[in-house]
Design a protein around this ligand. Structure first.
Ligand SMILES: [Ca+2]
Ligand SMILES: [Ca+2]
Length: 198
């Protein structure tokens, strides 16, 4: 392998090995949110800024939704793919959805209380759930890291967007696995060559 090829391999290797394994979800911002105050369910996000908007998935992506917890007196739920998280769900519970074409993620939050009922759906204007994350750096929580974290507010007195909290990430498409495997193979080859030279 020539020096030029080795340099190309190293550059490709660095790019692939450093790449996030996730297919990327796109955040379409409707309007700025604010800083979360009293975000007890994921305390590391307390004081972090969030946006209002919608999430779009690329064609063929499988999207994983992870229940992170809830702090609410109302019977709230998060519905996706004919299934739901409720206050009875356990942190770490997962629901998944695969989209055939590039589309808005098909999820919604609902709340039922004595005095108020509400439904919010991804993609509806004036959405009322907080979206943490900028699509670049993963959002870290004690239950793992996610591309985005969603926080629903049910209109109760605390207005702190932690009435039902869900982590969202897209998992790699089959093509991404092949690319990653190729990248890892190249990295192994480059490391072996470095060892042989050294
Ligand atoms: Ca709270
Ligand atoms: Ca709350």
């Amino acid at each position: 392998m020539s020096i030029r090829h080795t340099a190309f391999g190293a550059a490709l290797c660095a790019g692939l090995c450093g790449a996030s394994p996730a297919a990327s979800l796109e955040l379409v911002i409707d309007r700025p949110g604010g800083a979360a105050a009293g975000f007890d369910v994921v305390s590391s996000l307390d004081d972090e800024r969030f946006a209002f908007g919608a999430l779009v998935a690329p064609a063929g992506a499988t999207v994983r939704y992870t229940f992170l917890g809830s702090e609410a007196g109302r019977a709230n739920l998060f519905g996706v793919a004919g299934d739901a998280f409720t206050a009875a769900s356990s942190p770490g519970d997962v629901l998944a959805q695969t989209l055939d074409s590039t589309a808005l993620l098909q999820f919604g939050f609902a709340s039922a209380g004595d005095d108020r009922e509400s439904v919010v759906v991804n993609g509806r204007l004036r959405s009322e759930f907080a979206i943490f994350g900028d699509g670049a750096a993963p959002v870290q929580t004690r239950y793992g890291s996610f591309q985005y974290v969603l926080g629903f507010d049910d209109g109760g007195p605390d207005a702190d967007y932690d009435d039902l909290v869900v982590g969202v990430s897209a998992v790699p498409e089959p093509g991404s696995y092949a690319l990653m495997a190729a990248g890892l193979g190249l990295c192994g080859l480059a490391a072996r060559r470095r060892r042989q030279r050294g």
